[in-house]
Design a binder for this molecule. Structure first.
Ligand code: IPD
Ligand code: CA
Ligand code: CA
Length: 271
């Protein structure tokens, strides 16, 4: 990055890739280690390992050196203020349960926003050697090759990804929605990582992804990658997406999926 001038979105994308690759390699060393760090988080099943902590520390250390005035929010260490207008969002391991069980679908996710708009992001899957990234207006890539969403236009042919929160009550309600949807679509997948789901949507490996009650760090990079790959993105009511409510689809099935979700979630027993 040149000194003095503000970085371009493309330069920040390259930095997101580097940060996520480095942290991903730190984490990869501990793949399959199910030993919890000091505490679990929101519920007994919401794990944090020493590898989540080490991966986030790796990103923060580089940002402190190379981007000292920027704000940072990370899942494990919370928020650090900044005064530059740039704000980084870090999920050091998205898909911690997969990581801890030695399954390959987990990722390091890094995004940067300028004055509230995400302008660059990267999602690295160390166990599969995949790097997804995007910058605003610059398209999305997987391992440096352009990617785009699928061209499916019938909802009954759409492969749908979703996820569940950690609270037993919440995940039971979310499973109720899945039960009402599964007869209307090709099938449902639960990969265990929101960031990975958004990348799989972006390269056409899924046709739809929806989830509620996520956090900024889960989706900041993935939503930009999906939008740059041509996805139609909204919340589950058709308004702009936010971490609490995300629907990202191949454009040919967005409206129909929205109708189905409104109906499936509108049933009172599903809350
Ligand atoms: C979780 C994953 C999962 C989603 C959960 C997230 P974590 O993040 O993204 O797919 O369903 O809601 O909390 O805990 O593995 O970083
Ligand atoms: Ca996460
Ligand atoms: Ca995480």
């Amino acid at each position: 990055m040149s000194t003095g001038d503000p970085p371009s979105a493309h330069e920040l994308r390259i930095l997101c890739e580097r940060l996520a690759r480095e942290a991903g390699s730190v984490a990869l060393k501990g793949r399959g280690d199910r030993t919890p760090a000091a505490a679990t988080k929101s519920s007994r099943t919401d794990m944090v390992t020493e590898h989540d902590l080490a991966a986030e520390r790796s990103i923060r250390a580089t940002l402190e050196r190379e981007r000292p005035g920027d704000a940072v929010v990370g899942e494990e260490e919370g928020s650090s203020p900044g005064n530059s207008g740039y704000r980084w969002s870090i999920d050091p391991i998205d898909g911690t349960t997969n990581f801890a069980y030695g399954l390959p679908l987990w990722a390091t996710s890094v995004a940067v926003a300028l004055d509230g708009t995400t302008i660059a992001g990267a999602v690295v899957l160390p166990a599969l050697d995949r790097v997804y990234s995007a910058h605003l207006g610059g398209g999305a890539t997987r391992n440096d090759r352009p990617i785009s969403v699928s061209s499916v236009d019938q909802i009954n042919l759409a492969l749908v990804g979703t996820g569940f929160g950690y609270s037993p009550e919440l995940r039971s309600r979310q499973a109720g929605t899945v039960a009402r949807l599964i007869g209307e679509v090709r099938d449902i997948r639960r990969t265990g990582s929101a960031a990975v789901d958004l990348c799989l949507l972006s390269d056409g490996s899924l046709d739809v992804y929806y989830e509620e009650h996520l956090n900024e760090w889960d989706v900041a990079a993935g939503l930009l990658i999906a939008a740059e790959a041509g996805a139609t993105v909204s919340d589950l009511a058709g308004a702009p997406a936010h971490p609490g409510s995300v629907l990202a689809c191949s454009p040919g099935v967005h409206d129909r999926m929205l109708d189905l979700l409104v109906r499936a979630r509108g049933i009172p027993s599903d809350g």
